[in-house]
Design a protein around this ligand. Structure first.
Ligand SMILES: *Cc1c(COP(=O)(O)O)cnc(C)c1O
Length: 389
C-alpha cells in the first residue's frame, strides 16, 4: 500500500458506475416508506414525469429495479416474437453482448461487422434495409454510446436510413452510458425504445434501469410473442398511472433519482451536454499531447462521456494497476478483444474541471511510472483546453 492512498477521496473515473454527488447520497438517506401508500404514489408520479425531459420524450418511461442489462431484455421481449429478424452493429463489447442476448432469446440477429473504432454505419443500415423488401427485419438495435470504445453512433442518421428505405422496423437504442451526458432525443429522433441505466450519466448508484417507449412500440407490445413476466410493460404502465408499481420499486433510489433530476435541471441539459463535450475535448488534447492515440477514429463519433486510449503494444492493465495502487484512481479496463490494449477514462456524471485536471495528472504520472514512453508535458494541452470556456 502506498502512502498516497491514505488520505483524500478515491477517484472513481471508470465510465460507470460514476461518482454519486453528496446531495444525491443525502437524498437517499431517508426512511424507506410504504410503496403502496400515498406518500410513495406522490413520489412515483413526480419522478415518472420528471424523468421524461432527459430522454427527450413526452411518452411513458418504465423504471425497473434492475441493472441496464434488464432493460435490454425488456426492450426485446416487449416488442418482438420468437424467430423475428433484427439488425445490429458490431460497435464494441456492449453491442456484442446485446446481440448475444437477442440470439439467446430466440431472435435471428444480422450482426453487421465493425472494427470497434467506428459507430453503427448508416450506409450499411440503408443497404440491409433496402434489401429487405419483405420487411422481415422487425427491429434495428443501436448502442448510442459504446462504452467499451468511446465511440458514439449517429442515431439520427440510422433513423434517416430507416425512413429512406421506407422500412417499418422498430428502432431500439441503448443509451446506458450517454443519457444525461450526451445530447439525446427519443421523440425527435423517432426512437421506439430507449434503454437506460441509473449508474452512469444519471449520477445514481447502480440499481435502476429504464425503457422510454414510443406509441409504435406500445402497439408492437400487443402482439409481441416473446415470453415475459417481470419485464412486461403492461402491468407496470397500468400501475404507474397512479404512481405505483406491480412489485416493490427501489424506493430509496427514487429519492436519489428525484434529486439527480433536479440537479440536471438546475444546470440545464444543454449546459450538461456542453460540459461533457468540453471535458472530452480536453482529455483528447492531453492524450495527443502524450503522443498516444484515441481509439475513436471519426471526429463525428467522439464520445462525450469517456475516452478510450490505445496502447497498441498492450500493457494497459499494468498501467491501471499502478494508477490504482499509487494514486488511488480507478480507470476502465479494455473489454473483450480490447483487453489490455486500451484503458478508458470516464469523464461523465458528477464531474468538473478540477476532477478532470486531477484525473489527467494521475494518468500522466501513472504512465510515466509504468515506463510507457510519453511526452511528460502532454497534460499541458488538456489544461490549456480547460483554461478556455
Ligand atoms: C454499462 C452498460 C451496459 C450494461 O449495463 P449494466 O447496468 O451493467 O447491466 C450496457 N450497455 C452500455 C452501453 C453500457 O455502458
Amino acid at each position: 500500500m502506498s502512502v498516497t492512498t491514505t488520505g483524500g477521496r478515491h477517484f472513481l473515473q471508470i465510465p460507470g458506475p460514476t461518482n454519486v454527488p453528496d446531495r444525491v447520497l443525502r437524498a437517499m438517506a431517508a426512511p424507506t416508506i410504504d410503496h403502496r401508500g400515498p406518500e410513495f404514489a406522490a413520489l412515483g408520479l413526480e419522478v415518472l414525469q420528471a424523468v421524461k425531459p432527459v430522454f427527450g420524450t413526452a411518452q411513458p418511461v418504465v423504471i425497473y429495479p434492475a441493472s441496464g442489462t434488464g432493460a435490454w431484455e425488456a426492450a426485446l421481449t416487449n416488442t418482438l416474437s420468437p424467430g423475428d429478424r433484427v439488425l445490429a452493429f458490431e460497435t464494441g463489447h456492449f453491442a456484442t453482448l446485446w446481440q448475444d442476448m437477442a440470439t439467446r432469446l430466440g431472435l435471428h440477429v444480422e450482426f453487421v461487422p465493425g472494427d470497434w473504432r467506428h459507430g453503427a454505419d448508416p450506409q450499411a443500415a440503408r443497404e440491409r434495409l433496402d434489401a429487405d423488401t419483405a420487411h422481415e427485419i422487425k427491429a434495428v438495435m443501436v448502442v448510442h454510446n459504446e462504452t467499451s470504445t468511446g465511440v458514439t453512433s449517429r442515431v439520427p442518421e440510422i433513423r434517416a436510413a430507416l425512413d429512406a428505405a421506407d422500412h417499418p422496423a422498430l428502432l431500439l437504442v441503448d443509451t446506458i452510458s450517454s443519457l444525461g451526458s450526451i445530447d439525446y432525443r427519443h421523440d425527435e429522433w423517432g426512437v421506439d425504445v430507449t434503454v437506460a441505466g441509473s449508474q452512469k450519466g444519471l449520477m445514481l448508484p447502480p440499481g435502476l434501469s429504464f425503457n422510454a417507449i414510443s406509441e409504435k412500440a406500445l402497439q408492437a407490445a400487443k402482439t409481441a410473442g416473446l415470453p415475459r413476466s417481470f419485464w412486461d410493460w403492461q402491468p407496470i404502465l397500468a400501475a404507474n398511472e397512479r404512481g405505483f408499481f406491480p412489485y416493490t420499486p427501489a424506493t430509496n433510489l427514487f429519492y436519489a433519482l428525484r434529486e439527480a433530476l433536479i440537479m440536471l435541471d438546475e444546470e440545464g441539459l444543454p449546459n450538461v451536454y456542453a460540459r461533457h463535450a468540453r471535458h472530452a475535448e480536453a482529455t483528447r488534447a492531453a492524450v495527443r499531447g502524450w503522443g498516444l492515440e484515441v481509439l475513436a477514429l471519426d471526429e463525428r463519433e467522439y464520445s462525450g462521456s469517456l475516452t478510450a486510449i490505445l496502447l497498441p503494444q498492450g500493457g494497459a492493465d499494468a498501467v491501471r494497476e499502478v494508477i490504482l495502487r499509487e494514486y488511488d484512481m480507478s480507470l476502465g479496463a479494455g473489454l473483450g478483444k480490447l483487453a489490455d490494449k486500451v484503458f478508458r477514462i470516464g469523464h461523465l456524471g458528477h464531474f468538473n474541471d478540477l476532477t478532470l485536471a486531477g484525473t489527467l495528472a494521475g494518468v500522466q504520472m501513472g504512465l510515466v511510472r509504468s515506463g510507457v514512453t510519453i511526452d511528460p508535458d502532454g497534460i499541458q494541452a488538456g489544461l490549456e483546453r480547460l483554461q478556455r470556456p
